[in-house]
Ligand binder design. Structure first.
Ligand code: SF4
Ligand code: SF4
Length: 182
């Protein structure tokens, strides 16, 4: 490579056997993924993504592009969709008004249903179902609240929350209960 040239890393070739042509329809048929197919891959979303500024591996255009292309397994089993901070900055920049953050949430929903959610997120969901809080309440939290003149954490809403997670199927999803086990 001569001086001044930029080295662009090449990815492995994409094989047609790895593509699912229905994947884009599967996503765009959901409310969250509704306008996925309007993307014309300009890259404006990647240019303004704050996550992309701190890690080179994340570019929203790549997520959208691979989804349209049909790289179902790579997208759902990979890490990319879990890196989005859901800040919606990309949507302000998109000339096609693609709901990029929402498409990402649609992908997460499918990934979660198929057992690809990161372990830490599943554990956090279990804590939320069991305690009503996204992390276990501790004695030090109670002490700090007391110092600040705040009420102790209450479990009042836990029963209601548990009814919601049962009724929506979230409980079965988190604990991976299959129909036959019910
Ligand atoms: S800004 Fe919109 S049209 Fe451009 S690549 Fe991103 S999603 Fe596609
Ligand atoms: S919503 Fe996600 S993809 Fe869009 S700019 Fe924010 S972090 Fe990036």
């Amino acid at each position: 490579m001569s001086k001044g040239e930029i080295e662009v890393p090449l990815r492995e070739p994409i094989h047609s056997k790895d593509l699912d042509p229905n994947f884009k329809n599967e996503v765009s048929d959901t409310y969250l993924g509704r306008n996925l197919n309007a993307c014309y891959k300009c890259g404006a979303c990647s240019g303004g993504c704050p996550v992309g500024l701190v890690t080179e591996i994340y570019k929203p255009r790549e997520v959208i592009g691979k989804t349209i292309l049909g790289l179902r397994d790579e997208i759902l089993a990979g890490d990319l969709i879990w890196l989005c901070a859901t800040c919606y900055a990309c949507e302000d920049r998109c000339p096609q008004k693609v709901n990029i953050a929402d498409v990402n949430l649609a992908l997460r929903n499918i990934a979660f249903r198929e057992g690809h959610a990161p372990k830490a997120l599943v554990e956090q969901a279990k804590v939320m179902i069991e305690t009503g809080w996204v992390q276990h309440p501790t004695a030090s939290m109670d002490k700090k609240r007391e110092e600040l003149g705040l009420k102790r954490l209450s479990k009042r809403a836990l029963e209601d929350l548990q009814k919601i997670v049962e009724a929506t199927g979230f409980y079965d999803l988190v604990y991976r209960k299959k129909e036959e086990e019910k």
